[in-house]
Design a protein around this ligand. Structure first.
Ligand code: BES
Ligand code: MN
Ligand code: ZN
Length: 494
């Protein structure tokens, strides 16, 4: 699927399907008004009759509008004029794409990106229209032997007349890069654990590095042993699948300190000896969503050619019970030298992250952001609306929160107060890997904070936002929009 951009007038555009917005209270959008003139008031008449009220997401298809080059017109409700929120804009554009897809057209043109959004400019609308269109048309059917769908939309032309050509070109590059990254992350995360293994992720990283001229390094078990990554290795003991620490380096501004992105890559989390209940355990294939987002973000960074150095660190392993698996009570030594009493083998994410976070020190990073489906407690606290945000640096946290707001991919802060640290006290080691039932998301971050003292660091707990459960089960590609926005900000100020 490809999105392009056009400044042509909607009434003269030849297309299989033309999508325009109708607001509430019988108000036609700019594109609908232009079209209505060319159709001698036909659209206004339909709206007057009340066939479409303009409620957000409503659709109405008009076939063969007389004498117009468009074969079909789809009217999409855009709610009250002038007060669309960023998330509503995504919903609007997605409904337009869905309507075109339901009509089985190969290509269509949409003027929904022209609908004004509170506090956002035309470039934002174009960027996000590209993302929302890809989002709506995404399917994961590579593992189905019979393709149940008829024709698939191949291309979408986004009409936006009130924007400078260079701003539009730039917005298209950014939107397309973010959308491609989300598609890549979704494909990786939706792939089941038997196919998406740590070595598979490493091969994907190699291929990406090859395509974009990045440096890739893959640490194997022997390398981890030589370095002393006792925490990461501890998690990997229960499975036959060999662990990997995947490192990707992008150089967009040689000689400057990089941003390090660290992604949790547990390709399947059974809980280990502290095994999880059977219900919905399949969803633990998504426990590598952090690594998928980090890997995919590197692709976006390369496609946007950001003038910035970025290094991606993705510790990857399965967490399974087995004869050699770690047991509750085991004590291991992390790469930092600190010892950890493993009281619950299901708190494995922090164990693999802590060694990757210590390893990050060697890059002398300007900032480190880790992305991890770390705690069920975060799903309880924030649901699917926002990632949990914890940091040892208020400026960095503020930057990330703002990037999330801008990108309509929010994060929300939780405190990292010293008061919580004592929940990790252990009688037998420097710390325990769990801190009890209370404040589970915070104590998980407290654990990580003991390995991140050398640099400004922020942790995004993405357990609630990275995938959907139930009927819509699948990866969301979040928090890629947030991270891409954050990195663009850093590139501007670097
Ligand atoms: N991968 C899970 C966290 C998770 C749970 C993500 C549900 C998405 C949905 C993580 O490894 C885990 O098992 N965390 C434990 C920590 C606990 C043992 C302190 C949890 O949240 O229950
Ligand atoms: Mn776990
Ligand atoms: Zn996990």
């Amino acid at each position: 699927m490809e999105c392009t951009f056009t400044q042509e007038a909607p009434e003269t555009l030849a297309t299989e399907c033309l999508v325009v917005a109708i607001h509430e209270n019988r108000r036609l959008s700019g594109a609908a008004t232009a079209l209505d003139k060319a159709l001698n008031g036909e659209i206004a008449a339909i709206v007057q009759r009340g066939d479409i009220e303009g409620k957000l997401g409503q659709t109405l298809v008009l076939m063969q509008p007389a004498g117009r080059p468009a074969v079909r017109i789809v009217l999409v409700g855009a709610g009250a004029a002038d007060e669309l929120k960023a998330t509503e804009f995504h919903e609007l554009v997605a409904r337009g794409a869905q309507a075109a897809s339901d009509l089985h057209v190969q290509s269509y043109a949409s003027y929904l990106a022209e609908v004004p959004v509170t506090g956002r400019d035309a470039a934002w609308c174009l960027e996000h229209a590209v993302m929302a269109t890809h989002e709506a048309l995404y399917r994961f059917d590579r593992l189905k032997t019979r393709n149940t769908r008829a024709a698939q939309v191949q291309s979408c032309r986004l009409g936006l007349r009130d924007i400078a050509a260079d701003a539009a070109a730039q917005a298209l590059v950014v939107g397309q890069a973010a959308a491609n990254a989300m598609t890549l992350a979704k494909n990786l995360a939706n792939l089941p654990g038997n196919l998406c293994t740590p070595s598979y992720l490493a091969e994907e990283a190699r291929a990406l590095a090859e395509r974009h001229g990045m440096t890739v390094k893959v640490l194997e078990k022997a390398d981890m042993e030589a370095l002393g990554m006792g925490a990461l290795l501890a998690v990997a003991r229960g499975t036959h699948e060999p662990p990997r620490l995947i490192v990707l380096e992008y150089q967009g501004r040689p000689g400057t300190a990089p941003i390090a992105l660290v992604g949790k890559g547990v390709t399947f989390d059974s809980g280990g000896i502290s095994i999880k209940p059977a219900a919905n355990m399949d969803e633990m294939k998504f426990d590598m969503s952090g690594a998928a987002a980090v890997l995919a973000t590197m692709q976006a960074v390369a496609e946007m050619k950001l003038p910035l150095n970025v290094v991606a660190l993705m510790p990857a392993t399965e967490n399974l019970p087995g004869g050699s698996a770690i047991k509750p009570g085991d004590v291991v030594t992390s790469l930092s030298g600190q010892t950890i009493e493993i009281l619950n083998t299901d708190a494995e994410g922090r164990l693999i992250l802590c060694d990757a976070l210590t390893y990050a020190e060697r890059y002398k990073p300007a900032a480190v952001v880790d992305l991890a489906t770390l705690t069920g407690a975060c799903v309880i606290a924030l649901g699917g609306h926002a990632a949990g945000l914890l940091s040892n640096n208020d400026a960095l946290a503020g930057e990330l929160q703002k990037a999330g707001d801008t990108a309509a991919d929010r994060a929300w802060p939780l405190p990292l107060w010293e008061d919580y640290q004592k929940q990790l006290d252990s009688n037998f080691a420097d710390m325990a890997n769990v801190g009890g039932r209370e404040a589970g998301t915070i104590t998980a971050a407290c654990f990580l904070s003991r390995f991140t003292k050398a640099y400004p660091w922020a942790h995004l707990d993405i357990a609630g936002v990275a995938y959907k459960t139930g009927k819509e089960k699948g990866s969301t590609g979040r928090p890629i929009p947030l991270i891409v926005e954050f990195l663009r900000g850093r590139a501007r100020t670097a």
